[in-house]
Structures are given as C-alpha cells and as structure tokens.
Design a protein around this ligand. Structure first.
Ligand SMILES: Cc1ncc(C[n+]2csc(CCOP(=O)(O)OP(=O)(O)O)c2C)c(N)n1
Ligand code: SF4
Ligand SMILES: [Mg+2]
Length: 312
C-alpha cells in the first residue's frame, strides 16, 4: 500500500529560507525525496533553478554535502563520486553505511545536454540515483524549450508553440537495462516517497523522473502547483509507472487509465489552465492543435500499454 502523506517522516533535508519561488515543484519534490533518503547522502547538481535556490555555504538550503558540477556531467561526476566512496570503504577510511550518491538535475540537464554522460553511467550500471525534476523547460534561464517541452507549448525559443512532441526519457533510460526506473509527480507524495525508498535499497543505476509544474514557465497561479500536477496525471499527459529489472507496472491513478478501468480526462482542461498554451488556443487552428496534443497523449498511453504488454 502507498505511504500516506501523514506517514512521511519528520526529517527535513530542505531547509526554510531557500531561494525557490513560492510553490516551486523542485523544492516540494526534493523535500519528499529528502524524507526518503535521510541525511546520509551526497547531492550533485547541474546549473538549474535548484542551484539558484540553494543559497551559499555555510547557509545552504539543502542539508547534504552538495557538489555543483558542469551542465553536461551529471552522469560522469556521480560515477566518480560513487566509485570514490566505494574505494574509501574498501580501504577502511569510511565506516558504516555508504552514503547514497544522487543527482538532482532538471530536464535540460537530463534530456538534452547531460544525456551522453547519463547514458554512459546507465550502461555501466553505476551505483547512483539520477533524479530528473522535469519542469518541461529551461526555467532558470528564462524558459527555453527542452526535449521535455510538450507540443504546442510557448517558450522563448518556441514563440508560436513547439511543433514537436516530447521524448519519453524514462523509457529511454529503461532501455539501458538498469535495475530501476520510475516516474512520479508532486501531487502524489506517498508514491514518490515509496519509489525513492525502493531506489535507495537497490544497487546500480536508478532513474526517477518527477513531473514538476513550474508556475513561471507554464504560466499558472503559484498556489496551483499541486493541482496542475494532479491534472497532468488525470488527463494521462503524465503516467505514473515504475520498472524493476525491466518489468513495468503502473501506479494509481495511471494504472486505472492503462487498464481501461477509468477514462483519462480530456486534455483540454489541463491545457487551458496553462498560459503557455494561450497563443495556440487563440489561433484559427486552435481545434487542430489541441487535437494534436490529445493525439500525443493517446499515443503515449497506447504505446506504454503495449510496451508493458497490457491488453484491454
Ligand atoms: C554549458 C552551459 N550552457 C548553458 C548554461 C546556462 N544555464 C544555466 S541553468 C540553464 C537551464 C537549465 O535547465 P534545466 O536543466 O531544465 O533546469 P531548470 O532551470 O528548469 O531548473 C542553462 C541553460 C550553463 N550554465 N552551462
Ligand atoms: S522558476 Fe519554476 S522551477 Fe524555477 S524556482 Fe521558480 S517555480 Fe521553481
Ligand atoms: Mg527544466
């Protein structure tokens, strides 16, 4: 059974006074992740909102040893750290349980510029957790398009709406034959928490991607982060799933949609709640462009169902 929000432990690894926007999904998600990882961990970050929010030593907002690394190097840097930790243990210079080595990286640093190093770390099955908090754009630099930006979305580099669908990055990571892959989002904290606890106890490469609705890039009211996150799942625009040793299973409520027990909500309501789709919705071809977005969602649901071999 999924852990309820009331059962989450009290420990806080994200401290008050950090520099994130109100309602920031990265800070929210990291708080839950911190409860699952506990204090014995080493955090690596690539340039992103999470770095801009963390403050300066000795008043860091994240209560772990934190290493800021180059944009493209999350995979290789974490590999180096995890191997150094194992060698220290072997030489008797590190006692007790090994710290969890984890990356906290945006979609730009995961889908795009960091993909090569991440792919190599996955192929080597290095003992790390790579978290991608996916706000579907390069938010920290003013919202540019990434490989995670959905079709139709306005960004400063797609002023008339992105014309291409997003990648299925979690599935790409699964195809590296790594022991654990999961997707999550902030509206389902118990689901995220359980997945992190599971990942922490598996040796090798783990990839967890967290959909992170960002009010700045998506253009909604700051207080509505969790609502947008929930609507993404209910419309099927974001599917909650995990794969242990390659076997995919879906988590509620996505499992109900995938198993045909519940219809996904039409994507319109979710799309219309976000200013980033405004221009598209006002144009003469609005109906066609919403149909394209719905088509992307329907295709992903059908594809993931087939990939997991679920027939309805
Ligand atoms: C090599 C390199 N190119 C560009 C930048 C500028 N830069 C800093 S943060 C950032 C955006 C990061 O996007 P993402 O990884 O999605 O994180 P987010 O800002 O959305 O939190 C960019 C382009 C940089 N620091 N290094
Ligand atoms: S711009 Fe978005 S991701 Fe960045 S700190 Fe603000 S809410 Fe968080
Ligand atoms: Mg981003």
């Amino acid at each position: 059974m999924t852990t309820s929000i009331k059962q989450l432990p009290d420990n806080e690894q994200v401290l008050s006074g950090n520099g994130a926007c109100g309602g920031c999904p990265s800070a929210l998600a990291l708080r839950i992740v911190g409860k699952a990882l506990g204090p014995n961990a080493i955090m690596l970050l690539t340039p992103s909102c999470a770095v801009a929010s963390m403050g300066m030593t000795p008043r860091l907002a994240y209560n772990w040893p934190c290493i800021n690394i180059c944009f493209a190097t999350a995979g290789s840097s974490a590999s180096g750290i995890t191997q150094a930790v194992e060698i220290l243990k072997e030489k008797g210079r590190l006692q007790g349980e090994l710290p969890t080595v984890f990356n906290w990286v945006g979609d730009g640093g995961t889908y795009d510029i960091g993909f090569q190093a991440l792919s190599a770390a996955a192929e080597r099955n290095d003992n790390i957790i790579h978290f991608c908090y996916n706000n579907e754009a390069y938010s920290n630099t003013g919202v540019q398009r990434s490989g995670a930006t959905p079709r139709g979305s306005y960004t400063t580099t797609t002023p008339t709406g992105k014309r291409q669908p997003k990648k299925n990055m979690a599935l790409l990571m699964l195809e590296h034959n790594i022991p654990y892959v999961a997707t999550a989002t902030v509206a389902y904290p118990g689901d995220l928490y359980d997945k992190v606890v599971k990942a922490k106890n598996i040796y090798g490469m783990k990839y967890i991607e967290i959909l992170a609705p960002c009010y700045l890039g998506w253009q909604f009211d700051m207080a509505e982060t969790v609502q947008l996150s929930r609507m993404a799942v209910q419309s099927g625009a974001w599917l909650l799933w995990e794969a242990e040793n390659g076997k995919i299973s879906f988590n509620n409520p996505s499992s109900l949609i995938i198993n045909g027990k519940k219809d996904a909500a039409p994507v319109d309501e979710y799309v219309m709640k976000q200013g980033r789709f405004n221009r598209l919705l006002k144009g003469p071809d609005a109906a066609q462009r919403i149909a394209e977005i719905q088509g992307d969602v329907d295709r992903q649901i059908a594809f993931m169902r087939e990939r997991a071999k679920i027939t309805i």
